[in-house]
Design a protein around this ligand. Structure first.
Ligand code: NOJ
Length: 553
């Protein structure tokens, strides 16, 4: 057995605390809610929980706007609640992983309040300040990721500041060593509390180019996506090597960077022996529906071969060096059934098909809350029903581009981040058992059938299928440590690959379409059917959305 680290052998579960479990009837989830569900997570079989931000925040972007990096937001509880969560998780051999949002803070952070107060205060240089152009307009024509100019005028200081995301999320100036040290200190604070690792947010944006210049407009608003102008700027890795040296090195933790804009062929600089993180979330497989950055109204049809290529490229790129975090969902993405499978798919078969791939690719699987139940997208009538700041930005952008309100709503229905943020579905009581108060976001209407309590009792449920797969993977050297090779590469219906250690092989095949398909059974050699999302399988045939695992010992 290859010498794998703990986080390479386990599955990670991502929790969006606001939507997970409310114990105070406030309508918002809390830390005690997570602690009381640890047994559920233990039974699922996961070994680590990634918490999206729980720090004090005005919640303009649900916690990704941090007002204090070393405290807990009171809606989530207290530091004592957090310590209790770590201790209770530890008893169950589960680690807690924190989210570090270091590209920007909240505009209510005391660092920013000081920085904006004058051009001469001690923190004057902690954020990205620039003078207006001669005509008083913004320093450049960059569009923020949530829409509108990426610059905000600040009367108090008489300058503009840069915000890659919302106006309330000013970008920190990583060129300043004091800023870097303050951020590293905060991460060390959480290490001392005993956390098991970090997910590092929006990391590709921390380094800005030397010269700030206008870009070629890519929309009718005359602006250009900030991503195109600042992502992955040369020199970024120097900052991150320092981060690694001063924080991560010497701890038995894992780090996973969120790195939109890094392609599979660049992974070697980011992960592995010369890299800066253990794993990197790159988005080539998630971004297939977009033609122009992540602008929702310029979406496109994509082919299965493109999805297979994106995943296989990442598998190959981390083959001998580094490790891959396998994910199909997170709090920013549509539910995976809606994202990757045909519209009229049977949701139970669909959820299990994707689970089969997620848990058998090479790498650490990340499961997003509710994915293990087969939770799906919602589609509310009006943009006013949506909470997600990005949904509003994208909706307004689509209208400006000339799309009708109905078309703009269709984009929101498909891509809105609220799809992933509806409350966790625990049972069929009010608010799906998430809260006894008024839930901050409505529950998906399918909760009477799709919920943890009902699925726990049904041996054929999505939940029990996840449990089975997680267990199967944890005990299986071929799945944790084995090599990956794709086959039937040009097939637009079937995703097929084989994992192997010496002569032990596991074949995985999944039919992505709603018709039965055939392939040459010889490909599977002498291997035997282990299980799949139908009871039996006829070698060489896959029923609609059928996924199978075959093993050759
Ligand atoms: C990525 C996070 O996942 C997302 O939720 C957030 O809005 C942005 N980064 C900004 O922090």
């Amino acid at each position: 057995m290859k010498n794998l680290k703990w986080w390479q052998k386990t599955a990670v579960y991502q929790i969006y605390p606001k939507s997970f479990m409310d114990t105070t009837s406030s309508g918002t989830g809390d830390l005690k809610g997570i602690t009381c569900k640890l047994d559920y997570l233990k039974k699922l079989g996961i070994g680590a929980i990634w918490l999206t931000p729980i720090y004090p925040s005005p919640m303009v972007d649900n916690g990704y706007d941090i007002a204090d990096y070393t405290a807990i937001d009171e809606t989530y509880g207290t530091m004592a609640d957090f310590e209790k969560l770590i201790a209770e998780a530890k008893k169950r051999d589960i680690k807690i992983v924190m989210d570090l949002v270091y590209n920007h803070s909240s505009d209510k952070n005391k660092w920013f309040i000081e920085s904006k107060s004058s051009k001469t205060n001690p923190k004057a240089d902690w954020y990205i300040w620039r003078d207006a152009k001669a005509d008083g307009s913004a320093p450049t024509n960059w569009r923020s990721i949530f829409g509108g100019s990426a610059w905000q005028w600040c009367e108090e200081r008489g300058q503009y500041y840069l915000h890659t995301f919302a106006v309330e999320q000013p970008d920190l100036n990583w060129e300043n060593p004091e800023v870097r040290q303050a951020l590293f200190d905060a991460a060390n604070f959480w290490l001392e509390k005993g956390v098991g690792g970090f997910r590092i947010d929006a990391i590709t944006y921390i380094k800005k180019p030397k010269n700030f210049v206008d870009g070629e407009p890519d929309g009718k608003d005359g602006l250009v996506a900030v991503h195109a102008m600042t992502a992955n700027t040369e020199g970024i890795l120097d900052f991150l090597h320092e981060f690694k040296r001063k924080v991560f090195d010497g701890h038995d933790i894992f780090t996973v960077g969120e790195a939109n804009g890094v392609e599979a062929n660049e992974l070697k600089y980011w992960v592995g022996k010369d890299g800066v993180f253990d794993m990197l979330f790159e988005f080539s497989h998630m971004n297939l529906p977009f033609t122009n950055g992540e602008i929702w109204c310029y979406s496109r049809e994509w082919k299965l071969t493109e999805l297979k290529k994106a995943l296989s490229d990442s598998q190959q790129a981390t083959k001998d060096n580094g490790w891959y975090p396998v994910f199909f969902e997170n709090h920013d993405q549509p539910r995976c059934i809606n994202h990757f499978l045909p519209k009229n798919s049977d949701p139970i078969k669909a959820a299990k098909t994707l689970a089969t791939i997620l848990l058998t690719l090479r790498g650490t699987p990340f499961i997003y809350e509710g994915q293990e139940l087969g939770m799906t997208n919602v589609a509310w009538d009006s943009i006013d029903d949506y909470n997600d700041i990005q949904s509003h930005g994208q909706y307004n952008f689509a209208l400006k581009e000339g799309f009708s309100p109905e078309q703009a709503m269709n984009f929101v229905h498909f891509f809105s981040r609220d799809n992933a943020r509806t409350p966790m579905q625990w049972d069929n009581s009010k608010n799906a058992g998430f809260s006894k108060g008024k839930a901050w976001l409505p529950v998906n209407e399918n909760y009477p059938e799709v919920n943890a309590e009902v699925e726990d009792k049904n041996s054929d449920s999505v939940l029990n299928y996840y449990r089975k797969l997680i267990n199967f993977r944890a005990d299986n050297e071929v799945l944790t440590a084995g090599d990956y090779e794709e086959f039937l590469k040009d097939d637009e219906r079937i995703f097929a690959f084989v994992r192997s250690v010496q002569n032990k092989k596991i074949y995985v095949l999944a039919n992505f379409i709603l018709d039965e398909v055939n392939f040459s059974a010889e490909i599977l050699g002498q291997s035997k059917f282990i299980f799949g999302n139908y009871e039996n399988n006829v070698k060489g045939t896959l029923k609609p959305l059928e996924a199978v695992i075959y093993e050759e010992a």
